[in-house]
Design a protein around this ligand. Structure first.
Ligand code: GDP
Length: 539
């Protein structure tokens, strides 16, 4: 059941005429990719189309730290991550597009996963020479878990890469997702001539004058008359492959795209800005507007009158002098207005939201209004936790809990100074509750372990313990482990060993930390009755 707070004419009176149009114009997505696939380059080209930046190089400069301003936490400065580039917004063809950044590589953290909880679709960039890489796979799984639509951009066609059919096969084999190529390359690398656009019935030529760029196709799906392109054997090869796709490939289905079962695939080259606009326009056609979200009182309609949203990320220490943080809120219904009072059901408390900010590529702006699909940042002095719901009105509902992500890296943690145990425990408790890091306890020994999906989380943890709780910590690396949660009925504490360490998570659930894949398989063979599961594999 969709809960709609509208009642007849009140809708216009309460929300303004443009409210519905505003919500329906939102397209909120994240780019999932492995480092170097071209995420920054594509983002930049998209922002250029939307007029949100003037110069190519702006997003890049941020990445290398040239744009760092003085008030970001040191770790961020060193790494050149900026909060301003974590959400980018632009308008195109009547749509308002929000791109959420998903930091990767050394900045990969649970926040990267959680960002995917705040989007309505994802764009997956694949380096056509490399195919599906590790980080793409991880992020893909999270999108899968949520059933969000995925649009694929096969990048770097101006370079020699894998054969297009091989890339499609990889999507189906490695990711297990059906694909539908919206267009198909004619040649590749030095011989890249353009794309055969199945969807728009035209050929788009690479590196030609603007007036020659598009050639329309006849009823047979071919270029009519004489054209130099037809002299190339590559054109014939493309026609053969298109025939194969028409006969043996998947059918396009907007429903399957919407449920995340089928990914539309686009070929192009972000660096040379080829195929990007075609991609953007098709993406906007099929990507979903904000959808209803599950809550403790059923689904909440994004067109509903009451404002609601949830915290999906907390960025700490924007200003070291003030220990400020910014809580990132995904707006899910109603309209956010600066200065409004909201309820936080977890705390049973009301708060006035006077300091808010939206994020643009070049600068941080104060935001006065936002609707579903938009992301706002709220200054936070320690009130919010990741997953918190904010609501207005009588219904104090909570959005579904964010999933637990499986950490891959572990450390043993102790207080450096035994005299400061109290601040050590307080700091850990609060940071764990806030969602900065995951805590595990050994079963029979008094030992604390921390788990993270990326090294950055440990560094942020250490930094915040020192700066916010005055607690120096010692962290002893344990390396990567494969964590499997255990059905409590089937566990035996004696099964704990250095290669299959038994611990409890912060909700007291048992978890085995396996040294490697081999140790996991060996354990399963020896103990078939112990039921292991990975929360990230559960749909
Ligand atoms: P990110 O790590 O995913 O953000 O990747 P970047 O956008 O920084 O791109 C990584 C490298 O690949 C850079 O040197 C880019 O110039 C290059 N690159 C990106 N797109 C293309 C492309 O379409 N063709 C070629 N040849 N290089 C590209």
């Amino acid at each position: 059941m969709i809960k709609n707070f509208f009642i007849g004419k009140r809708e216009e009176d309460m929300m303004g005429k443009n409210f519905i149009e505003d919500v329906l114009s939102r397209r909120t997505f994240a780019i999932i990719s492995h480092p170097d696939a071209g995420k920054t380059t594509l983002t930049e080209k998209l922002l250029l189309f939307g007029g949100a930046i003037r110069d190519a190089g702006t997003v890049k400069a941020k990445k290398t730290g040239k744009f760092a301003t003085s008030d970001w936490m040191e770790i961020e400065k060193q790494r050149g991550i900026s909060v301003t580039s974590s959400v980018m917004q632009f308008d195109y063809d009547g749509f308002r597009v929000n791109i959420l950044d998903t930091p990767g590589h050394q900045d990969f953290s649970e926040d990267t996963y959680r960002t995917l909880m705040a989007v309505d679709s994802a764009v997956m960039i694949v380096d056509s020479a490399k195919g599906i890489e590790e980080q793409t796979l991880k992020l893909f799984k999270v999108c899968r878990m949520r059933g969000i639509p995925i649009f694929t951009f096969m990048n770097k066609l101006d370079r020699q890469g894998k054969a297009p059919l091989e890339l499609l096969a990889e999507l189906e084999e490695v990711l297990g997702i059906e694909s539908y190529p919206m267009n198909w390359p004619i040649g590749m690398g030095k011989e890249f001539l353009g794309i055969y656009d199945r969807f728009n019935n035209r050929v788009e030529q690479f590196r030609v004058n603007e007036n020659e760029r598009f050639i329309s196709l006849n009823d047979k799906g071919e270029i009519a008359g004489d054209h130099p392109l037809k002299l190339s054997g590559l054109y014939d090869q493309t026609l053969d492959e298109i025939m194969l796709l028409n006969e043996a490939g998947n059918e396009f289905s907007a429903e399957k795209v919407a449920s995340g079962a089928l990914t539309p695939v686009f070929f192009g080259s972000a660096l040379t800005n080829f195929g990007v606009q075609t991609f953007l326009e098709s993406y906007l056609k099929f990507a979903p507007a904000p959808k209803a979200r599950n809550s403790s009182i059923g689904e909440i309609d994004p067109l509903g009158e009451q404002f609601s949203g949830f915290v999906f990320k907390i960025q700490a220490n924007m200003n070291p002098a003030h220990r400020d943080r910014i809580a990132f809120i995904r707006v899910c219904s109603g309209k956010f207005e600066r200065g409004m009072t909201v309820n936080i059901p977890r705390l049973g408390k009301q708060l006035k939201l006077s300091q808010s900010t939206s994020f643009m590529a070049e600068e941080r702006n104060t935001v006065d209004e936002a609707v579903s699909g938009d992301i706002i940042g709220l200054y936070d002095t320690g009130t919010y936790q990741i997953g918190d719901t904010l609501t207005t009105g009588k219904d104090h509902f909570q959005y579904e809990r964010l999933p637990q992500f499986t950490p891959e890296l572990y450390v043993k943690v102790t207080a450096k100074n035994v005299m400061k145990q109290k601040s050590f425990y307080k700091g850990i408790e609060q940071l764990v509750q806030e969602g900065a890091i995951q805590l595990f306890k050994r079963v029979s020994i008094d030992e604390y372990l921390l788990g993270a999906v990326g090294q950055l989380q440990f560094e942020v943890f250490e930094h915040r313990m020192r700066n916010e709780y005055n607690a120096e910590v010692l962290m002893e690396r344990m390396g990567s482990k494969i964590a499997r949660w255990v059905d409590g009925e089937t566990v035996d504490e004696n099964l704990s060993s250095p290669r299959s360490l038994l611990v409890r998570d912060r909700f007291d659930n048992y978890v085995f930390l396996f040294e490697n894949d081999f140790a996991l398989r060996w354990f399963q063979e020896k103990n078939p009755n112990v039921k292991l599961y990975n929360p990230m594999d559960q749909n």
